[in-house]
Design a protein around this ligand. Structure first.
Ligand code: B12
Ligand code: SF4
Length: 507
């Protein structure tokens, strides 16, 4: 039996399809993954869709699986329509969006997988390959030919993550739609789709999160399936995966731990992880953290092991928004304490990033100003990641927004909003300027933002700052171009120093 899995994410991280593929492959099935990465909100052209469906037709799969998040909705609909007319095999959708909005997905797909898909998908594939009934598998909803839906009970979450195989990185069985055609994935292509700036690899040691923030899908996910929610792999299992990856990609420069909050767990887990990591991996790593979980004890263990980057969420500097609207339960004191611990280790932790949510209709202008103010008191250096609030389906906050008439029910427009494109308001711009500007200047501008002169001053400052940044980028680009030219010249003619000098003058 042949299975083709499709991921439309704009990176090659794709844990979901890689896990499904690994489990099926371990059971001896023939699986291929097709990655179709694309910029946010860019739809496939007719010609591209034709190439994708032609490839699927050639592969003649017996089952086709598609993985999607809510923001992929429009693209997946387009792709589904093209594929459906070319290929008659059953199509199953899985991932976060089918999990939280199965009815909507079943208007298109034949089946959807709700929640974690390793067990349900394996049972489904076995049933289809043995020609058995596959309509009552827990975790899978099936659309009958008359359009009615069989809603099977959810499958329990996998309680022992260490019993699962490692995500599938068998590049020879994977294809990518890149440069207008379907091709195998080489080193160069890998690099194009790494989210970040260096040759890092993404891994996860846990699933779930102990918190329940109202804007986050964890608030929806924990109610949909049952079983323990926050689970962690054993340090040995996690290190085993990284050891394989390190051996496979010799140019690897580091790892990014994508756990919802890497810092949860007991002391023994961290002790064992750190010693194994140092002995077997010994590369820099980055992770995400909820400020409450960051303690001096853990930082003191993780820094010598290679911790170089931590992303923490402030989300809002207003206590009302943080507690009542987002239910974050992180006090300002806890946040500052976490930032101080990170700052004490700034020589090793070179990438400290604070995430903030803006453009929230439940937040007043004064409350956004509170966020800017909190940021302005933080010790530098740090980066700030500003994202626009998106009401993701079935989250607690989306339910409030529907109740308050801020979004219509089933309104797919909100899936297409871009997370990183925040509004160009004065406060958002001020927020963005914080890491590069002394705190007193930020607070001076903040206090005068309502007066005409304050706004003029801010414009002068912002555009000066902005132009300043652009100038530095241009300078850096010139510098690297020059270095590259010198390198090439030297390779072509090692003795020719004169032309190098000429290039220097040119620049
Ligand atoms: C790691 C991660 C990323 C990584 C990797 C994503 C990935 N798919 O691997 C990166 C950094 C690339 C990423 C990017 C984004 N992410 Co993200 N991400 C996560 C995170 C923290 C973990 C997801 C994960 O890998 N879990 C582990 C794997 C194994 O689980 P899984 O993907 O759910 O897959 C399982 C099941 O869903 C199912 N399954 C999945 N696919 C399929 C397919 C088939 C056929 C079947 C049968 C089953 C199946 O089985 C899998 C194994 O059990 C989640 C938070 C969370 N709690 O889920 C957010 C989350 C998924 N991300 C989110 C968002 C919004 C984004 C971005 C849109 C943000 C942005 N604007 O940049 C981008 C989108 C990227 C793009 N343009 O395509 C939202 C999604 C909300 C929604 N309703 O869609 C989440 C839920 C966080 C949140 N805000 O609540 N993300
Ligand atoms: S701490 Fe982060 S991952 Fe956990 S529920 Fe809150 S937003 Fe989601």
């Amino acid at each position: 039996m042949k299975i083709v899995l499709i991921s439309v994410e704009n990176t090659l991280v794709c844990f979901g399809v890689r896990m499904i593929s690994a489990v099926l492959r371990q059971a001896g099935f023939n699986v291929k993954i097709l990655f179709v990465p694309k910029e946010f909100n860019h739809l496939e052209t007719e010609e591209e869709l034709e190439k994708i469906s032609d490839w699927i037709l050639e592969e003649t799969p017996d089952l086709l699986g598609v993985s999607l998040m809510s923001s992929h909705w429009r693209r997946v609909i387009g792709m589904h329509t093209a594929i459906r007319s070319a290929c008659r095999c059953p199509i199953i959708w899985g991932g976060i969006h089918p999990t939280i909005s199965p009815d909507e997905c079943l208007e298109y797909a034949d089946m959807v997988c709700i929640g974690e898909g390793e067990k349900p998908m394996l049972e489904l594939v076995k049933a289809i390959s043995e020609d058995k009934d596959f309509q009552s598998i827990p975790g899978i909803w099936v659309k009958r030919t008359d359009g009615s839906i069989i809603m099977n009970s959810p499958a329990p979450r996998e309680d022992n993550l260490s019993s699962l195989p490692f995500p599938d990185h068998e590049d020879s069985a994977h294809r990518i739609f890149h440069g207008g055609r379907i091709q195998t994935i080489d080193d160069g292509i890998w690099r194009c789709y790494i989210p970040g700036f260096m040759d890092t690899h993404y891994v996860m040691s846990s699933r779930g999160c102990p918190h329940n923030c109202t804007y986050c899908c964890n608030s929806a996910l924990r109610t949909i399936t049952h079983g323990p929610y926050l689970r962690r792999r054993s340090p040995e299992h996690f290190i085993g995966e990284m050891t394989e990856i390190k051996a496979k990609y010799p140019n690897l420069k580091g790892f990014v731990f994508m756990d919802d909050s890497f810092f949860y767990g007991d002391r023994t887990w961290f002790e064992s992880f750190c010693s194994l990591y140092l002995n077997n991996i010994d590369l820099p790593f980055f992770c995400w953290a909820n400020p409450i979980a960051v303690t001096k004890e853990k930082i003191d263990m993780l820094v010598p092991a290679g911790l170089v980057g931590v992303h923490v969420g402030l989300e809002s500097g207003s206590a009302r928004v943080s507690n009542d609207i987002y239910q974050r339960k992180v006090t300002q004191d806890q946040f500052y304490k976490c930032m101080n611990i990170l700052h004490e280790n700034r020589r090793q932790i070179v990438d400290i990033r604070v995430d903030v949510i803006t453009d929230n209709p439940y937040e007043t202008e004064e409350e956004v100003a509170d966020t800017v103010s909190v940021l302005s008191y933080l010790k530098k250096p740090f980066f700030v990641g500003i994202v626009s609030l998106i009401f993701y389906p079935k989250t607690m906050l989306e339910q409030c927004a529907i109740r308050d008439g801020l979004v219509g029910e089933g309104n797919d427009k909100l899936y297409n909003e871009e997370f990183f494109r925040y509004r160009p308001t004065l406060l958002n711009r001020l927020m963005r300027s914080v890491p590069k500007t002394p705190g007193p200047i930020i607070r001076f501008l903040l206090a005068r933002r309502h007066s005409k002169w304050g706004r003029i001053l801010f414009s002068l400052f912002y555009w000066g700052y902005f132009i300043g940044i652009r100038r530095s980028i241009l300078r850096a680009r010139r510098f690297f171009t020059l270095m590259y030219l010198r390198h090439m010249e030297h390779r072509m003619n090692p003795r020719n120093v004169v032309t190098t000098r000429v290039s220097l003058i040119d620049f």
